[in-house]
Design a protein around this ligand. Sequence first.
Ligand code: ADP
Ligand code: MG
Length: 225
Amino acid sequence: AEELLINSEKLSIAGQLAAGIAHEIRNPITAIKGFMQLLRSGRTEKPMYFDIISSEIERIEMILSELLILAKPQLIHTERKDIQILLRQVTTLLESQANMNNVQIVTEFEPCATYVLGDENQLKQVCINFIKNAIEAMPHGGKIQIQLNRTNVDTILLRFIDQGCGVPEHILAKLGQPFLTTKETGTGLGFMVSKKIIENHNGTIKVSSVENEGTTIEVCLPAAK
Ligand code: ADP
Ligand code: MG
C-alpha cells in the first residue's frame, strides 16, 4: 500500500510538472505565432518582431535546458572535484554580469581540502543558479559573500550570502516547486533544479532569508578523500 501511495504521489508530481511545462512553453509559442502572422501581413516594424521572436525561442530553450537536467538519470560523470576551483571558474564567468549590476562578489575560502565527488557541470550549474539569484535580488547593487569551509572531517559547507530583497514568505514556503517565480522573465526552475542536483550528490540545502535584508543559501556536501 505504501508503494502505491508513493507511485500515485510521483504521478501527481509528474502531472503537475507536465501541466507547468505545457503552460510555460505555450506562452512563448503563442507570441511567436502572433508575430509571425504580423510579419506575413507585411505592414510592420520587422526588426523588432524578429528580436521578439528570437527572445521567445531563447526562452523555450532555457526552460528545456533546465528541465533536461532533471531528466538525467542520477549522476553520470562522477569525478573528484575541488569545489574551490569550480567556484573560481564560476565567479569569473559571472563577473561581468555582477559588475554591470554593481554587485561585488567576495570569496571567503578557508584554507582546507574542499574535494567532492560529483558531476562538474551539474555542480557548476548549482553555483551559477544561486549567484544569479543573488545578483537579481540586488537591483541596486550590493555584495555577495561566498564562503567555503569544512564543518568536520566529512562535510563541506558552502554559503551564498546576499544583501538583497529577501525571499518573500509565500515563496520561501514553496521553494523547490517548479515554475515558482517572482520575476518577469524568470523560469522558476533554477532553485528546483539546484536542489535536485544537491540531493543527487547526497547533499542538503538550507535557505534563510529576511525581507529587505538578504538571503543565505547553505549547502552541505559530503567531502571526498
Ligand atoms: P527564477 O530565478 O527564474 O525566478 P528560481 O527557481 O531561481 O527561479 O527562484 C525562484 C524564486 O525564489 C525567485 O523568483 C525569487 O522570488 C526567489 N529567490 C531565489 N533566490 C533568491 C535570493 N537570493 N533572494 C531573493 N529571492 C530569491
Ligand atoms: Mg533563478
